[in-house]
Design a protein around this ligand. Sequence first.
Ligand SMILES: [Zn+2]
Length: 465
Amino acid sequence: MGVDVGFDMVPRLSKGAADRQNWDHFIATVQKHYKDDVKVETKANYIEFNAGEHPVLPFEGHKFLRFSSNTAGSIAVETGVRDYIDTVINIARLHFGPRVHVWSELSGQLGYYDWAEVHKSFKSYQTRDDMETHTNLTHITDPIKELSTPLLEVAIIPGRGRGLIARSNIPLGTRILCEKPLLTVKPMPDDELEEYISTQLKALSKNEQRQFLSLHNNFPRMHPFRGVVKTNGLACGCDSSVGGVYANICLINHSCLPNTHHSWNTDAKHETIYAIRPIECGKEITISYHPGKPSAVRQKSLMKSFGFQCTCKQCSLPAAELQASDRRRILIESLDDQIGDPVTFAGSPNTILESCRTLLHLAEEEYEGYPGAILARLFYDAFQVCIANGDQARARTFAQRAYEARLVCEGEDNPDTKKMKAFARKPTDHHSHGLSSMRWKTTKEMVPKGLDADQFEMWLFRMQK
Ligand SMILES: [Zn+2]
């Protein structure tokens, strides 16, 4: 007894331009979605899925009646044919809506066409009626080209799939991408999520739908849309549970020593990518998918969440250097914890400042002189401990440094950058002014002049001579 599952195209497609174009786009999306899947083969006149009963999609849409397979039996289960059927159905629905007539013998439904007619259509796939209309089959507008940025290009990076490459030398602090999400998702049960994403996808333009579907999916056995979101989603803000998926930003690969910083601008509702170190022409653009932990922890987590083994510069260091890097990362994490501890903050402000200074030097060493957003965070922490004890002169200096660091990572229009700029002007606007004590009291004019860099740092971090 068969348990066939699939879909029929009802009514069948015509040879007209609209149907033909729609079918070409559908085929191109399927090809792109499965570009790394060896079981999905592009033949001369059709795509063949080497799973189950080897369902096929012809390049000529007017010939197409049915895409289905028997999904019972060991071969069907082993080859995962049901996943292929479900994914192709989802992609087809996006292109053809209600013309996609889904049926399953498991639910007692039969296909729209009778099998004699369907087999006749399969035979017709072997030859091509009209070669000319399919010359642009694999052509999909590359999303990056639409940004018309001269800074970047898409390239296939060996072992890493698609990635972005600098087309010229990019200076520190350059905004290299700024993008609204194709869609956003919030936490919800998995079965609702697939439906939710599907509804949002339908509201997008055909080109945006293709951009979404061409993104990498590390969870091909999961429902296809959810897998793409899980692989590519970036949180809209550090503490946000909402995630965004982007046509271009999601092409950026990971490094544990990234050369760019990504952040969500809560005012403009877009994601930006800034160069946090000078990037040479030809170098790959990278972001960090993971907070900086020691290498073994990073590797495990990157494998679990993203399915790859990191081979970045930092992870490829010789053993002794990697150990030293791991020690720095452990220390950075524990200093971060200590700085965030409210008891130490209130009772030992000098300890907090000392930890900020140690963290500064460690982070500079670990990130080759370009610690990115860590700088902004630690200077803001130092600002807070100073202003909580009435020290406006140091608070103002730290706020200025936090502002300059934010500017490099997130740009002038980011609300956090603006906030730092305002505190540099008027540190007493911070809610914790004098909250711990006034024992470090200074006015904001009392910043010393004429000191060299070392002397100024001694003053700034209240170090004993
Ligand atoms: Zn790495």
